[in-house]
Design a protein around this ligand. Sequence first.
Ligand code: SAM
Length: 361
Amino acid sequence: MACASGEGFQSHLSRQRISGRTGNEAGAASFLHTETVSCCSFYQGIEKLSESRKEPWLGTPARTIEILQKYGFRFQKKYGQNFLIDPHVLEKIIRAAGIGRDDCVIEIGPGIGTLTQYLAYASREVYAVEIDRNLIPILEDTLSDWDNVTVINQDILTLDLNRFVEEHNGGRPVKVVANLPYYITTPILMELLEKKVPLESVTVMVQKEVAERMQASPGTKDYGALSLAVQYYSRPEILANVPPNCFMPRPNVGSAVIRLTGRLAEERVQVQDEGLMFRLIRASFAQRRKTLFNGLRNSRELDYSREQIESAMEKCGLSENIRGEALDLKQFADLADALSGKEDAADYVDFSSGVKHTPVT
Ligand code: SAM
């Protein structure tokens, strides 16, 4: 395992990778070229794991407790630390992500390295980004048998992922795999999707309720701005429900593994101004019980007259009493196109974050 600290990590990281690998670079390279055990054998059962790459050994309650005690580790609630302790779930995540020998994987929040071991076993290369510096010495220990892992001690939300993928995978799409810290699930996913990071897929453990919202259809109780945002950029699929007893400590909520597959051009709706469409979506769901018209009219993010909204809605065949939750993605895109160019301000302020945006052109 190679390690890099957050500050100035780009150059630091490269140096560390090289120096971390010099001891067994030749061995690692020849392994990559001569390995013939397909990842299918991994999927068929733990006993058939390859001899040539070390098998994952963390992931049981006993091993987890052993490591935690060895380092006197204390869980930090603020970081959403709930570590996986069930090998079946870990294998399921690897299977769901379809991890293979050619894959470059980014893991968000490796914890003590449990899922990381499985990823390192199955993939070509893993970059694991962990915020909690107390976990770094533990990761150095638990990942010492894998030379294809680099740990980066940094907040994932401060990492320029586009630049990272460019520098470490030549700009080719990566797979993101994680048991996400639940307190920042949405910001992490939106960062990945909105910034258009080159992604083959995103396979993550999230709170069950959030997974259901991502996959929800119009008119259902779970449908909202998150469903539309995720479905605009990707196709979400819930692949497994995971009960609290698969984690240490147990979370208070159920969890689910969800996979987002990349942009499927033929399924994506076309819209002239993506930024405007998302402002319409946010305005429509800000007060769910209001009609679409009132939601748009009262939004601080939008600046349209009554007549402009009425005329755009009429053009799209939307009745004046319709609620935002009844519209699908295509209808929001059509509404955005009907309103495009009619807004007063070129820039707007996102009042939820205080960030000033310029509409995407
Ligand atoms: N992957 C491990 C596992 O499955 O056992 C741990 C998952 S735990 C739910 C979430 C991990 O994300 C923790 O290790 C936590 O410290 C880390 N984390 C929390 N916030 C983070 C952030 N902003 N950037 C990077 N890592 C973060």
